[in-house]
Design a protein around this ligand. Structure first.
Ligand SMILES: [Zn+2]
Length: 323
C-alpha cells in the first residue's frame, strides 16, 4: 500500500510537469486565482498565451467498461493545438504505467471506478488538468457462460475463466487440425530445431469439443478432481479446442521426459522466436490454473511471444493483465 502511495505521488509530479514548459505552473480544477497576467487588449506581435487562453474541458471516457476491453480518453472542447498527457485512475488513484490515451482494463479494475486525468498544454501557456467522470468496470469474463472468444491485445485468451462456445471451435486446415498460422509457425520451429540438432513432433494439435470432454472426464476419474483439473481443461477451456496449441515430443521423449530432454530445453528456450510460448510454466499454477506442462506450446505470434516470453518469462495471463 505504501509503495502504491509513493507511485501515486511520483505519478502526480510527473503529470504536473509533462505538457507544461513551466514546472509547477499546473493549474488545479476550477482555479480562479491564477496569477497569470491578463493579456493586453492592444495587439502585441507575439503574445505569450496565459492559462486563461487555454480552454479546458472535462475529458470523456469511451469504450466497453469491461475487463479485457480498451478505454479511450477523448478531449472535446479543448483549445485547438493543445497537447495532452494522460494518467488513468482506479478509484481515484493513479494506475502505474497507465499514461496513454488508451487503457486496457485488467482484472484489478473489476468492480472499481476508472477515470482519466488529462493534462493539456499550449506552448507558452500554463497547463491544466481535468479529470473525467469515473466509469464503473464490470467483469469481462466470458467464462462461466460459454460465449464468444475473449480477445485481449489481439490474443485469443482461452482458459478456465474464459471458455469458448463450441461453434467457435472449428478444426483448421493446418497440421493436426490446427489453425493455418499456428501450423506454419510449427513447421518453422521444427526446421530450426532440426538445424540445432533436434527432432520434434507434435502429438496433439486441434481437439474437438467432444474429445476434450472425454479427456477431461477421464483425467478427473483417474487423478481425482484437483489434480485432474490441473492436467486437463474442460471443453471450451483448452487451447487445443481452438487449434492454437501443440503438444510436442522428441522421439520417445514425451511429457515430462520431453521437458528434461535437450530437445525440450531447446524448444522452451527458443519457441518464442517462432511465435510460441511455453503456456504453463513451472510454479505458475496459481495463475494459469494448470500444472507445469513442458510439452504444451501455444501460438501467440512472434510479436507477442517476444514481448513477454522471450525475456520477461511472464505467463500469458500476466502479460495481458488478467492475473
Ligand atoms: Zn496441450
Amino acid at each position: 500500500m505504501n509503495q502504491r502511495g509513493a507511485c501515486w505521488i511520483a505519478g502526480l509530479a510527473a503529470m504536473a510537469v509533462i505538457g507544461s514548459n513551466l514546472p509547477f505552473a499546473h493549474a488545479e480544477d476550477g482555479s480562479s486565482s491564477s496569477p497569470s497576467p491578463t493579456p493586453s487588449q492592444t495587439a502585441s506581435p507575439s503574445p505569450i498565451p496565459s492559462a486563461e487562453e487555454l480552454v479546458a474541458a472535462r475529458p470523456v471516457v469511451k469504450g466497453i467498461r469491461k475487463v479485457g476491453h480498451q478505454l479511450t480518453a477523448s478531449t472535446p472542447g479543448w483549445s485547438a493545438g493543445a497537447t495532452f498527457s494522460y494518467q488513468w485512475l482506479r478509484n481515484g488513484k493513479p494506475i502505474r504505467g497507465a499514461s496513454g490515451a488508451t487503457y486496457w482494463l485488467v482484472k484489478a479494475d473489476q468492480g472499481t471506478k476508472v477515470s482519466v486525468a488529462v493534462t493539456g498544454g499550449l506552448t507558452g501557456a500554463a497547463s491544466r488538468t481535468e479529470t473525467s467522470l469515473a466509469v464503473k468496470i464490470t467483469d469481462g469474463k466470458t467464462g462461466k457462460k460459454l460465449t464468444k472468444p475473449f480477445v485481449v491485445k489481439g490474443v485469443w485468451v482461452i482458459n478456465k475463466d474464459h471458455r469458448v462456445a463450441k461453434k467457435y471451435l472449428k478444426k483448421g486446415p493446418g497440421v493436426l487440425g490446427s489453425k493455418k498460422e499456428a501450423s506454419k509457425a510449427l513447421v518453422k520451429l521444427q526446421k530450426a530445431a532440426k538445424r540445432a540438432g533436434y527432432t520434434i513432433q507434435p502429438t496433439s494439435g486441434y481437439r474437438s469439443y467432444s474429445l476434450q470432454t472425454t479427456i477431461w472426464k477421464r483425467n478427473i476419474r483417474i487423478l481425482g478432481k484437483k489434480r485432474g483439473e490441473q492436467m486437463a481443461a474442460p471443453p471450451g477451456a483448452s487451447e487445443h479446442n481452438a487449434g492454437l496449441a501443440f503438444d510436442l515430443r522428441s522421439g520417445s521423449k514425451r511429457g515430462y521426459a520431453f521437458g528434461r530432454s535437450n530437445a525440450g530445453k531447446w524448444v522452451a528456450k527458443n519457441a518464442w522466436k517462432y511465435g510460441f510460448i511455453l503456456r504453463y510454466p513451472k510454479g505458475k499454477t496459481a495463475i494459469t490454473g494448470f500444472a507445469y506442462e513442458p510439452w504444451h506450446f501455444r501460438y501467440v505470434g512472434v510479436e507477442n511471444a517476444r514481448a513477454f516470453a522471450g525475456t520477461k518469462k511472464l505467463t500469458l495471463e500476466e502479460y495481458l493483465g488478467l492475473a
